[in-house]
Design a protein around this ligand. Structure first.
Ligand SMILES: O=C(O)[C@H](O)[C@@H](O)[C@H](O)[C@H](O)COP(=O)(O)O
Length: 250
């Protein structure tokens, strides 16, 4: 299991540049060994930060990417609340990922059926495996410590028998969503959290310094587990919470 590494960045542009550099390496390595790069992303501010530098990267073979959503709101794909729409506008309109490799919610289905269908879509790409092993999952974090659509004290935190689950009672609107479950997230080779803003600094202090349990803090990864925070989000995290003995400034 990967050791958690926390990095503090001076700006969101610095996070975008570092994401771009990591993704270029991970993508090239995955494509060389398996012929494809499997990535899952979430919504919020992540699509914009992710795309800022990456969308101009001409060295990446986007034709070999398979893009999934770590969580999705159960709304039409062209609805303002759709995570896919946010990723499409920020990234997909600018890079040549084949449309058939962008794995979207089937919005016409009820949430429970949409979750089952999304699991089938995962199986079509990952094959007959016990769990999919994403090359990379990129996640945001809410001020309440949630990630994907895994919210504090929610029963979905305990789901282990499905790859994709649905919920109808998200505390953050909209209420109906689908989400990857912990077994899938924690089986990724690399997980990178991206979190910005002063509204998260107390939560990160509680999670990293005091060991308080938050849904995002339960995430692990097989090889790399990175937390990319901007300075306002990281300012209260103590030096001893990092492996290097000091908050790493990237
Ligand atoms: O579906 C959602 O509601 C979002 O995906 C949500 O989970 C988001 O990722 C976090 O709340 C962080 O959002 P920010 O990055 O905008 O703070």
């Amino acid at each position: 299991m990967a050791a958690r590494q926390i990095f503090s960045f001076p700006s969101s542009k610095a996070i975008s540049d570092t994401l771009d550099a990591h993704i270029a390496v991970l993508s090239a390595k995955a494509i060389a060994s398996s012929g494809k790069f499997t990535i899952a992303v979430s919504g919020g501010s992540l699509p914009t930060i992710l795309a800022a530098t990456l969308k101009s990267n001409t060295t990446i073979d986007f034709s070999k990417w398979h893009l999934f959503y770590a969580d999705e709101r159960c709304v039409p794909l062209d609805h303002a609340d759709s995570n896919h729409l946010a990723v499409q506008r920020a990234l997909l309109d600018h890079v040549p990922i084949p449309a058939a490799h962008v794995h979207t919610l089937t919005a016409s289905l009820a949430p429970a059926e949409a979750a089952k269908r999304y699991e089938q879509d995962l199986r079509a790409v990952f094959g007959d495996v016990a769990l999919p092993e994403f090359d990379l999952i990129l996640l945001g974090v809410g001020p309440d410590g949630h990630t994907c659509s895994l919210f504090p004290d929610h029963p979905l935190l305990d789901v282990k028998d499905r790859w994709v689950a649905h919920l109808l009672d998200s505390p953050k609107p909209p209420p109906a969503r689908i989400t990857l479950t912990y077994p899938v997230v924690n089986n990724a080779e690399t997980v990178i959290f991206v979190a910005t803003g002063a509204g998260k600094q107390d939560m990160f202090h509680d999670m990293f310094d005091k060991g308080v349990d938050f849904p995002s803090g339960r995430v692990t990864a097989r090889k790399n587990l990175f937390w990319f925070l901007d300075e306002p989000a990281a300012v209260k995290v103590s030096a001893r919470s990092t492996e290097a003995g000091g908050r790493t400034t990237a």
